[in-house]
Design a protein around this ligand. Structure first.
Ligand SMILES: [Zn+2]
Length: 461
């Protein structure tokens, strides 16, 4: 058997075509092997993908309907009590009573509308999450074909989405019930934990989808690219080895000697702490130099590991920072806030960071792919991975902003005012600072991508 990396022979041709039931149940059979589910769906006939997607969409819709029914089973009511003072009582219903209540006006009630709405929402989720897998799935050729591969990976992810809906939804229903029972009768406040569960589910969903998308992409084949001048991109195919580029006068040896202009970074070879620190610091502080020395051929595993490590650190950093802020501000080391707020940040900060990173990255990638700027679109995956370090600027800015407003609000308001005129009305200064600052950081990010792409586009290695 040939190695799957043989050029010209796609790896998937060695796999037997998956059978119908293997495809339909793949999202659950391959629950812990997302790359395999992605590959199965990428190789499946279109009709099988539809047949697999619809039942999982139905499972999600039914789960949401049942969870909504359960949420209605406990209700707090205010009744006029003795002496005219309103008294709260908790009323419990059976599931059939709730069902009957929802169908008073006939068989088609709001429950059925919720079900149909959820089906439409699931369809929209598939279309949208596939879009954001685009920069890691496109490897050349038509953009539409790459998007269809991303769509297939997104359909494969519906199996996990159904399970997560049940887990996160049950937590939420539990929290709603304890809220209805009232603070005196419930053991503790479950809402923050329900929100944490939802955030953790969202994070694991995106991680799973990313792995499925990697499984669904086309077999990796080295592209045959002509040698180029690293200075200006001039095609050096028919030039002698010892000369100068006719366009920019750069010695041709400079461009074509391995390791001369692009020695690569140690992190790409060996994932150890020193190399991690070097790559992270250089990528953040000197992007032009970093990308100018980066080698682009080969897989993006090292860049992905670095990106993940920074996401984790963003979570721990945000949690620790908000913990210190809460303890020092409240002046007491106990209470719910000290545990709950940092725990929420632990999930929320990386998730928000990942989303901003991926939205900006997808916009940049689409622009590059449509104009065909990069000789090999797969190079963008590495750039995308390393650009995760830029998230620290958002952390720094928003962290400083929040600390400033919590710690020194009076002095800040005295210095810059409370509100800013906006047309005929006024906008709170906090809102202006959040939007203007983060917007400016995103514009700077686009400029960084521009420099990064300029530094890699004529790479020979
Ligand atoms: Zn040149």
């Amino acid at each position: 058997m040939s190695k799957p990396s043989d050029p010209g022979r796609p790896a998937q041709s060695f796999l037997p075509a998956p059978g119908f039931f293997r495809i339909v149940f793949s999202p659950w059979i391959d629950l812990i092997r997302p790359a395999r589910a992605g590959a199965t769906f990428a190789a499946a006939p279109t009709a099988s993908v539809w047949c697999a997607g619809l039942p999982y969409g139905c499972v999600i819709a039914v789960a949401v309907v049942v969870l909504s029914l359960r949420a209605q089973m406990v209700e707090q009511r205010r009744l006029p009590g003795r002496g005219g003072r309103p008294q709260t009582t908790v009323v419990f219903f059976s599931i059939s009573e709730v069902w009957a209540d929802w169908h008073r006006d006939g068989w088609f009630g709001s429950m059925e509308l919720i079900g149909l709405g959820i089906m439409a929402l699931v369809g929209a989720i598939v279309v949208i999450v596939a879009l954001f897998q685009f920069p890691v799935i496109h490897a050349g050729g038509e953009l539409g074909r790459s998007y269809v591969r991303a769509l297939r990976a997104a359909v494969a992810s519906l199996g996990l989405l159904a399970l997560l809906t049940v887990v996160a939804g049950s937590m939420l229903v539990w929290a709603i019930h304890t809220e209805q029972i009232g603070p005196r009768r419930r053991p503790f406040n479950i809402f923050p934990f329900a929100i944490m569960t939802i955030l953790a589910c969202a994070a694991s969903y995106y991680a799973w989808l990313g792995a499925a998308a990697r499984g669904a992409r086309e077999p990796e084949e080295p592209h045959d690219l002509p040698p180029r001048c690293e200075g200006c991109g001039y095609d050096l195919t028919h030039r002698p080895e010892h000369g100068r580029c006719p366009e920019c006068n750069l010695p041709i040896e400079e461009s074509l000697t391995p390791g001369r202009r692009r020695p690569g970074w140690a992190w790409e070879q060996k994932q150890v702490f020193g190399a991690w620190l070097e790559a992270s610091a250089r990528a953040l502080l000197e992007p032009t130099r970093f990308y100018g020395a980066l080698t682009l051929r080969g897989d993006d595993r090292a860049a992905r590991v670095l990106a993940r490590s920074h996401l984790l650190l963003v979570g721990f950093g945000a949690a620790l920072w908000v913990f210190v802020l809460v303890v020092t501000e409240l002046g007491r080391p106990g209470g719910d806030d000290v545990v709950v707020v940092p725990m929420l940040l632990l999930f929320l900060a990386p998730l928000a960071g990942w989303m901003v990173h991926r939205v900006v990255g997808t916009l940049v990638a689409l622009g590059l792919f449509v104009r065909g700027v990069l000789p090999d679109p797969r190079w963008f995956r590495k750039v995308l991975g390393y650009e995760m370090v830029y998230l620290w600027t958002f952390c720094g800015y928003n962290g400083a902003l929040l600390t400033g407003f919590i710690r020194f609000h009076d002095a800040l308001y005295a210095a810059i005012g409370r509100r800013v005129p906006f047309g005929a009305t006024f906008v709170p200064i906090e809102l202006v600072l959040v939007f203007a600052g983060n917007g400016a950081l995103i514009l700077l990010w686009l400029a960084r991508y521009r420099r990064a792409v300029r530094a890699v586009r004529f790479s020979n290695f």
